[in-house]
Design a protein around this ligand. Sequence first.
Ligand SMILES: [Zn+2]
Length: 393
Amino acid sequence: MTRNPQEPDSRTAESASRLRYFEEHKQQITETIRQLVEVESPSDNKPAVDRLGELLAGRFEALGGHAKFHRIPDFGDHLQVDFPGKSAGKPVLLLGHLDTVYPMGTLASMPCQVSGQKLSGPGSFDMKSGIALMLHAIEALRARHGDELPRPVTVLLVSDEEVGSDSSRHITENLARKSHAVLVLEPSYGPKGAVKTARKGVGEYILKVTGKAAHSGLDFEKGESAIVELARQVIAVSKLVDLKRGITLNAGTIQGGTRSNVIPAEASAVLDVRVARMKDAAVVDRRLRSLKPFNRKCKLQITGGVNRPPMERTPKVAALFTKASEIARQLGWKLEEAAVGGGSDGNFTAGLGIPTLDGLGGVGDGAHASHECILISELPRRTALLAGLIETV
Ligand SMILES: [Zn+2]
C-alpha cells in the first residue's frame, strides 16, 4: 500500500495498519455477531439471557478478563468483566446490554442472514454487533500490547436495558463513578453512523381520572364522565410540548369506561415525556403533579416520573467526541455526532458527570423492527475507532 504523501505522519500510518488488521478480521467479527444473534435473549426470559451471559463470560475470559455475574432473580444476571491494564489509573467502562425486545422464537421467522454487506436478525443492530466490537477491539489491543491491555477496562452488559434498567441502574452508576470515561456500544445513528452526544431524558406518567358512574339514559345528570375529564386533560397537558426546547409529551395509550350506556367512572392515560434538559424535567414534573380537574366532581391521580435523566452535551462529552473524531480522521473518515430522542444507560452515566460517548456500536437500520440489520462493511472502522478510544481517552 502506498502512503499518501500529504499525510506522512506515523500516527496515520499506524491507523492505516490498524484498519487493515480489522479488515482482515471482518469475517471473524461477522461470525461473532451471528453467534450472538443466534442466542436469543428477550428481556423477560431469564434462562435465555443467562445463556448469552455465560457464552460471553467465556469469550471475555478467554481474552484475559475476570468475569463476574451480578445475580438477579427476575431478569438475566448482569455480566461484569474486569481487565487489568499495563498502566495504572481508572478503567474505561464499555457499556451495553444483553437483552433484546424480540420474544423467544423470533429467529424462526426472522433468521440471522447475511446478504451482500448486510447481516440481519433480531438484536443484530441493538446491540449484539456492539458487543462483538468490544470483543474484537479487546482482542486486537492485547495482540498489539503483548497479551495485555494498555489500560484497565471494565465491560458491563446488563440484562434489562430494554425494560428500563431498574435492576441494573445502581450497578451501572457505581461502575461509572469509578471509571475514567464511559463508551456506550449502543447502535449508531443514521446511515453515516453518527455517535450520540445528547439523548433526551425519558419519563412515564399515568394520569388516572375517577368520575361517577350512572345510567346514560335514566340518570344522565347524576354521572360525572371520567372520559370527558380525561379528554380535556390530555389536550391540556399536550400544551407542554415545546419542540424548540426539546420537550415532547405523548399520550401513548388511553383507556376507560365499561359500556356505551354507562357514564364512565374511570379513565386513564399513559404519558411518555421526553426532555432535552434536566431542568425541564423538573418543570414538566411539577406541572403534571399540580393538574386540577376541570370538573370539580372528578378526581385526578398522577403517578410515575422521570426514569432516565437527559444526557446533555456537556464540555466533557464534547471533549470525548473531539477525541473520537480525531481518531476517525486518522482512519480516513469524518465522524458525525447526533442528538437523539431515545434514552439508554448512557443517560445514567452522563447524568453523574462522567464523560460518556454513546452510539459507538454498529451502523445499521431497523432497531426493534423486522428489518433490523447492520452493515458488515462498517465493522472494521467501528472496531478500530473503539480500540483507538480505549487506548487514548
Ligand atoms: Zn439498545
